[in-house]
Design a protein around this ligand. Structure first.
Ligand code: ADP
Ligand code: MG
Length: 699
């Protein structure tokens, strides 16, 4: 049958012998016709139109030019060999340069006649050049009207004639063979409902489009299919694990919750907080284990939500625990939670790496007898020695610092796993959350508590330093405190350290003792010294805290109103936003001052503009995603697992939504896909799950 056709080994394709087959295996991961037909072009060129050299200077995207190549020169010796040439048409000339592949480029460009080149123009001083242009001899008889595919290749493939053109030739053979042999993988209902192109037609059109319009339709169909099966796999996985993993039932809302809610709540909950508390309440009554991710911008009040959830656990005879990634944060949570709950007689304990062993003993005992109801701490809680009487809920703050294995340890703290609430202040764009955490439930606090003054963000170049110092002094005189943050990038740790120390010195000179007190915190200090300095600042005993990014996560000093970020261009958007979130926590107007040098890359400019324009963490995360791509945002390892061939999580937002809805509705109506109408979907899903075992293990 047709499914069999695509399973044919690639060796059998005309033009592919054992040697090429091996190369296709190794270089492109293509073993079968199916693999190869899914090696999609990464772009298309319209070979019928050309730009002019003179008018292409300064353009951003790649250009296609037609002209002559002269002055071919090899520069440098052996390993550092470089090839340069001059390309010209009737309007002007531009340099070409190659750093690799000299061996095969040189004979090509030495040929007679005109060439077509394609590449991105860069500027060097007042000269323009194109590095590593794609290149071919111009043959008027070969010029076709229409879009032609360009494929990813590589040096090894190229040496066996499998450059883009070579791959294209093979693809023509395969697509011709495939006529009437490619089976549909989506059901008729779905194809009709979403008005999708058939699979066969889209696999033809994606390689050899007959028009821009048909190409778009083919892309949409193939992206939809890819996203649909990914979502289907994730949601199915979620359903299976929910069915499998029993959870404690918190059926009561009792005296702890009610007393706190009615008498001790320090302020009215925001609507978003109320909604999330309800979502958590609902999860914990189903009999299944809760695995919920709570996203909320810095300062959105996640802690209070977690406190309310812990009280529900207590009301049902369970203990609760809360894990923080650092000791400072654990301490802070401990303070907050004890202040809130001790008046009600709730017993709260703190366990960190620096808890004394005598205290630990007492703590361990109280935990095992159940006398201690809430335990707050760091990784120390995960140790096997730490045993609960009856742990019902674990809250993890700032999830990305805890690995999967560590979360696994929490699961074993009771005879059946506790409910898990993971909180993160680094908003993840919805598309990513839906894919990377597709099997977690997600809650969002998308509203800040009332009365907050939005932080004012200003971008300054270094020449404004004196004015910034003056501004800092004015704020200090008003009683405010100030953070000054320096980058710490590991590759150049020494340099960063020097920057920090130089900065510290000039600040110390400008803000001398005894009028002003300055704290410093950096990675080379002992943990105890860091804590000491941090505490001085937290208690208002120092005016300025000079630091590296150690203060990034969670620290809460409401009196601090200014965040100065030095060399701000060296920070990523999410870090900048996190740092900014350290101020604006009190009633006063707060400021974030981004200091950069004049030399800013395009990306650097965009980051500064984004920070100045908006305080919305979700918007910033979207910009970040578009600028860096999912790989950089989530870690290449994680996004490598996704291995998307055509869909782009940064751009295909709407399609992903549609695919998710489609998958959800399908599973709602036919959870096990046993309906005959859905037979091909079930079959394809099994096939895909086998191929991509990773999908289920992402989070
Ligand atoms: P984050 O979500 O960053 O962890 P926190 O839980 O630390 O935020 O809350 C930030 C600040 O907002 C805290 O000082 C907290 O007391 C305050 N807060 C939380 N919820 C509310 C609310 N509903 N109304 C007013 N202030 C609130
Ligand atoms: Mg927090």
């Amino acid at each position: 049958m047709s499914r069999e056709f695509l399973k044919t080994e690639i060796t059998f394709l005309k033009g592919v012998g054992p040697g090429r087959a091996q190369l296709l295996n190794e270089e492109l991961g293509c073993y079968t016709y199916s693999d190869f037909i899914h090696h999609f072009p990464f772009r298309y060129v319209d070979k019928s139109t050309f730009s002019k050299v003179a008018s292409s200077f300064g353009t951003e995207g790649p250009v296609q030019l037609k002209g002559k190549i002269t002055n071919i020169t090899e520069v440098g010796a052996a390993r550092k060999k470089r090839l340069t040439a001059i390309f010209s048409d009737e309007t002007g000339q531009i340099d070409l340069v190659w750093f690799t592949g000299v061996k095969w480029v040189k004979p090509l460009i030495e040929k007679e006649g005109e060439f077509i080149i394609f590449g991105k123009i860069s500027r060097f001083g007042n000269k323009y050049n194109i590095a590593h242009p794609e290149i071919e001899v111009y043959q008027p008889e070969n010029i076709k009207v229409g879009l032609q595919p360009v494929y990813n290749s590589g040096e090894k493939l190229t040496s066996k004639g499998l450059h883009s053109k070579g791959l294209e030739k093979l693809m023509r053979v395969l697509t011709a063979l495939s006529k009437d042999k490619i089976e549909e993988t989506l059901s008729e209902e779905i194809i009709a409902q979403y008005k999708l192109m058939s699979r066969e037609q889209s696999l033809q059109q994606i390689h050899f489009p007959s028009s821009m319009d048909l190409l778009k339709k083919a892309q949409i169909r193939l992206k939809f299919e890819e996203l649909f099966y990914m979502q289907l796999a994730l949601i199915k996985q979620k359903l299976i694990s929910q069915r499998k993993i029993q959870g404690f039932v918190f059926s009561e809302v009792g005296v702890h919750f009610n007393t706190f809610y009615n008498h001790h709540l320090p302020f009215q909950l925001t609507n978003a907080q109320k909604r999330v508390v309800k979502e958590i309440r609902r999860d914990t009554t189903t009999g299944n284990q809760m695995n919920r991710l709570l996203q909320g911008d810095v300062g959105s009040g996640k802690t209070l939500v977690s406190v309310l959830s812990m009280l529900v656990a207590l009301d049902n005879g369970f203990q609760a625990t809360m894990l923080a990634p650092t000791e400072i944060l654990a301490n802070q949570h401990y303070q907050t939670v004890t202040e809130l709950l001790e008046p009600m007689g709730v017993k709260v304990g703190l366990l960190t790496g620096s808890s004394k062993s005598a205290d630990r003993k007492v703590l361990h005992d109280a935990l095992e007898t159940g006398e201690l109801q809430i335990l707050i701490g760091t990784h120390a809680i995960l140790e096997d020695k730490v045993r609960f009487k009856n742990l019902g809920l674990a809250v993890i703050d700032e999830q990305h610092r805890f690995g999967v294995a560590q979360r696994g340890k929490l699961w074993k703290k009771n005879h059946q796993p506790p409910h898990i609430l993971v909180m993160t202040a680094t908003p993840i764009p919805r598309t990513l959350a839906m894919t990377f955490y597709g099997d977690l439930d997600i809650s969002v606090i998308d509203e800040l508590p009332p009365g907050r003054k939005p932080i004012k963000t200003i971008h300054n170049f270094d020449n404004k330093r004196l004015a910034v110092f003056q501004f800092m002094e004015d704020e200090i005189r008003k009683g405010r405190q100030i953070y000054v943050v320096y980058p710490l990038i590991e590759e150049s740790e020494k340099l960063d350290y020097k920057d920090l120390m130089d900065g510290f010195e000039s600040i110390s000179r400008r803000f001398p003792k005894p009028q002003f007190q300055i704290s410093i915190v950096h990675g080379r200090m002992k943990a105890a010294d860091k804590d000491y300095e941090m505490n001085l600042f937290a208690q208002g005993k120092t005016n300025i805290l000079v630091a590296t990014t150690v203060i990034e996560v969670g620290v809460n000093v409401p009196n601090a109103s200014v965040m100065v970020i030095e060399s701000a261009e060296k920070f990523g958007l999410s870090t900048l936003h996190q740092l900014r979130g350290r101020v604006g926590r009190g009633a006063e107007q707060s400021y974030c001052i981004l200091m950069t040098s004049y030399k800013l890359s395009e990306d650097g400019k965009k980051r500064m503009e984004t920070m100045v324009r908006t305080n919305d963490g979700f918007e910033i995360a979207e910009v970040d995603l578009r600028m860096r791509g999912p790989g950089d945002l989530m870690g290449t390892q994680q996004s490598g697992m996704l291995d998307l061939k055509i869909a782009d999580l940064a751009k295909d937002n709407q399609l992903l939504n549609a695919a998710r809805i489609c998958a959800t509705e399908l599973l709602d109506s036919d959870p096990d896909l046993t309906n005959k109408r859905n037979f091909i979907i079930r079959q394809e899903l099994q096939f895909q799950m086998k191929k991509r075992t990773n999908w289920s293990r992402i989070s």
